[in-house]
Design a protein around this ligand. Sequence first.
Ligand SMILES: Cc1cc2nc3c(=O)[nH]c(=O)nc-3n(C[C@H](O)[C@H](O)[C@H](O)COP(=O)(O)OP(=O)(O)OC[C@H]3O[C@@H](n4cnc5c(N)ncnc54)[C@H](O)[C@@H]3O)c2cc1C
Length: 578
Amino acid sequence: MNEHSRAALWQKLAAREMADVVVIGAGINGISVYRELALQGVDVVLIDQGDFCGAASAAPSRMIHGGLRYLETGETALVRESLAERNALLHNAPHYVRPLPTTIPIFYWLAGVGSALSRLFGREPGPSRRGAFIIKAGLWLYDFYTRRRQILPRHKFRSRSATLQRWPALNNQLVCSATYYDAWISYPERLALEMVLDTQASETNSLAMNYVALAKTEGDQLTLIDKISGAQTTLKPKVVINASGAWIDHTNEAMNSASEFIGGTKGSHLIVANDELRAATGDHMIFYETPDGRVCILFPFMDQVLVGSTDLPVDSPDEPYCTPDEEKYILESLAYVFPNIRIEPQQILYRFSGIRPLPRSDAAVTGQISRNHQCRESAATEQRPFPILSMVGGKWTTFRAFGEQVADRVLQHLKHERTVTTDELAIGGGQRYPGDNRTRQNLLNDWQERYNESPARLAQLFDRYGTRAEAVLDYLAAGSDQALRALDNYSEREIGFLIEFEATQTLLDLVLRRTGIGIGGRITPELLVELQALLNRHLSLTEAEGNAMLQHTRDQLRRLHGLADWQLNPAERNSRSA
Ligand SMILES: Cc1cc2nc3c(=O)[nH]c(=O)nc-3n(C[C@H](O)[C@H](O)[C@H](O)COP(=O)(O)OP(=O)(O)OC[C@H]3O[C@@H](n4cnc5c(N)ncnc54)[C@H](O)[C@@H]3O)c2cc1C
């Protein structure tokens, strides 16, 4: 049995009675603290009731950023930390995190100054417009915080006419624009998974499993359930880290520890296939203000445009989706910034939503709730003899710093020394990454000699997996391969690699998280059928199991991602193309 197969991992988990630390929730924060602790040699188990990086961590706006907007709420320490982490990620994950020029169309000169002064004097104003003066102050601070490691260009302002010359489709009521640099992440789900795989490969005494949930707690013992087989096992932890995001209070309740830490808000995004809109961005992120004073973004993403997001309080964290009202709001605010571009309903290929696990707050406006992260400790009690550390809030960008800080608290509990730091540790396919075009070409030439693949295919795999493409290429070379019939830039063995070596359990894992097929707007009915057949083969699923998985996938894609029948159902597709 492959030592990293699901069966082998469950066997190892079931054989254990104890673990120093159990991390519940494998979103980006749980994965981060798991990696930190495992690298110090701590005996740590990570579980998630769903897939790795499947909830909020799979739904960000894909910005790796300092958070210019947080300067408004006075969170300067968060902005500083975020900028440092952004720079670290550009270095440690260059295969997925890349610089992003960002332009703000500005419609006022002085707006926002009054609100800033009110904040300075401790009053909390509602949302307000942001004029050139206040944006200039924010961008100046941005540059100031990164002056010692200025790896991206400084900001600059453009006059009205220069802006409209560069972006002619923008609303011509603007008075000027500002351009600055942040970063974006192409495959957050893959980067998170790579941290799990890196940790597994470092042969620590740790263990991570997806589709394993906390079922209940009795005294010092947690009962864990394998959501796929239904099997159960128990574990006695010394410390529990509750990294279950928007479910943190539910998870604490399941451990007999009442809490009211979370006040989640839902955010939704659209993936739009509109060439005019894509061209109108001029390959920049457009960071714009909505008529109600919120901030939204759009930027070219894969072959489409990503637009978002909303920020709405919710009662339940389960199965968020983009409602028609949210979609209308996003499209109306887009029409404000690009008034002459019309988006047709069928151009929206995909929608995604997530719940930000923000701290509970009585702020009047959701945008004013802190985006900072905090670790809330529930001390051990007689009935529950282990402490629980809950990881509340945070941004994708700051996962490493948050994980490091929580790991340090756990190390104190365990009286264990820190031996390794992660601030310069390259992740997954970012390891040994060629830093310039010449070394990249040398690497591709080397692969050309070793593998029987075309230069275009090698470049594609490098773009998709960074240097991890080498492991994929080894696997491709070990058997006969062919392109998928329904999506010829993937091959059967490439998908086989993702199933065999990347903890893929379901068709949704494959289309939403191991690949960019879903968010790239590339799902078709034929592709789903073809991928399901590969899953059936690699996971030894019966025909009935495979059919049930395929049907569940279609239902989820329709309900949670707004896919239309023509994208899911062969009959509908045929009648549309007839
Ligand atoms: C719409 C939106 C846009 C965002 N945009 C950005 C952005 O552009 N840049 C940025 O830096 N940040 C952004 N963020 C913030 C960032 O994505 C989140 O703060 C971060 O992903 C939270 O990660 P997490 O690990 O705490 O939670 P999650 O990713 O939600 O993970 C929690 C996990 O716990 C699991 N779980 C729950 N209960 C149990 C149980 N009983 N047993 C086992 N597992 C359990 C869940 O299945 C889930 O996988 C955005 C967030 C949203 C929602």
